[in-house]
Design a protein around this ligand. Structure first.
Ligand SMILES: [Zn+2]
Ligand SMILES: [Zn+2]
Length: 234
C-alpha cells in the first residue's frame, strides 16, 4: 500500500523554506538551500521568504526586489542541481504576529501584498481576490499566535516541523479537522543547515510554477512524506 502511494506520487517538494538575505532569520544563501534539497533527492522547493512589517523599513521596491533576487539566485542554482524552485511568501500583517503562507505568487502579487502589511487579514481577504492562489495560516499554535477566522483561510499548516520551535502540531491538525479546513499541509520551515528535508509534499506531476502548486493543493490530490519515510494523508 505504502509503496503504491509512493509510486503514484513520485515528486517531492518542500513547501516552506527561507533564504538570506530575503529572510534575515535564515542563514542559508539561496544556492545553498537548493543544494541541500537536491542532495536530499527533492524535486522542488518553494521559497517562502518573509514579507512582514520589518520590511516596511526597506520600502516597497526594495522589499519586493529582495524577495525576487533570492528567487532568481535560487533558480540559477537550481539549473545546476536539476531541481525546481517556486515563488511563495510568508506574509504577516501589522495586526498581530500571525504568519500566512501563500502559494500561487508572482512579482505583481508581491507588490499588492506589500501594500497590505499595515492592514489586517480580514481587509486583505475582502479587497484582494486570489482566484489562483491559496492562503494558509502557518504554525497556528506557536506561542503568541492568534487563531485566524477559518472563513478567511483556505487551509492550515498543520505540521510545521521547524526543529527549534514548538508548533503544537497535534493541536493544529486536530483544529484543522474540527474546522473543516480544506487544505492541510506539512512543511519543514527550513532556515538553517540541518533543517532540510523533514516534510515533503508528494505529487503526481512536477508543478511548473507556483500557481500549479496552488492548484494541486486545491485539488486535494497529494500526500505528505514526514521524516523521510512516513506518509501523512491529509
Ligand atoms: Zn523566519
Ligand atoms: Zn517560515
Amino acid at each position: 500500500m505504502t509503496d503504491q502511494i509512493l509510486t503514484n506520487y513520485p515528486y517531492r517538494i518542500e513547501l516552506h523554506s527561507h533564504t538570506n538575505p530575503g529572510s534575515g532569520c535564515s542563514s542559508l544563501k539561496p544556492e545553498e538551500l537548493v543544494r541541500l534539497y537536491a542532495q536530499k533527492g527533492y524535486h522542488g522547493v518553494v521559497l517562502t521568504n518573509h514579507l512582514e512589517p520589518d520590511k516596511l523599513l526597506f520600502g516597497k521596491e526594495e522589499a519586493v526586489a529582495m524577495h525576487i533576487r533570492d528567487y532568481v539566485a535560487a533558480m540559477d542554482a537550481a539549473k545546476r542541481y536539476n531541481i525546481a524552485v517556486y515563488l511563495g511568501v510568508e506574509l504577516r500583517f501589522k495586526e498581530n504576529i500571525n504568519d500566512y503562507l501563500i502559494y500561487g505568487v508572482d512579482e505583481a502579487l508581491l507588490n499588492v501584498f506589500y501594500d497590505y502589511i499595515p492592514a489586517d487579514l480580514a481587509t486583505f481577504r475582502k479587497e484582494v481576490q486570489l482566484p489562483n492562489s491559496v492562503l494558509l495560516q502557518a504554525h497556528p499554535f506557536r506561542a503568541n499566535m492568534v487563531l485566524a477566522d477559518p472563513a478567511l483561510l483556505d487551509g492550515m499548516e498543520c505540521l510545521n516541523l521547524h526543529p527549534r520551535h514548538n508548533s503544537a502540531v497535534g493541536l493544529a491538525t486536530q483544529y484543522a479537522y474540527e474546522k473543516n479546513l480544506k487544505i492541510k499541509i506539512a512543511g519543514g520551515d527550513c532556515h538553517d543547515r540541518g533543517d532540510e528535508g523533514t516534510a515533503a509534499l508528494r505529487t503526481k506531476c512536477l508543478p511548473k510554477d507556483s500557481f500549479e502548486i496552488a492548484k494541486i493543493l486545491k485539488s486535494g490530490d497529494y500526500v505528505f512524506e514526514i521524516g523521510g519515510n512516513s506518509l501523512w494523508l491529509p
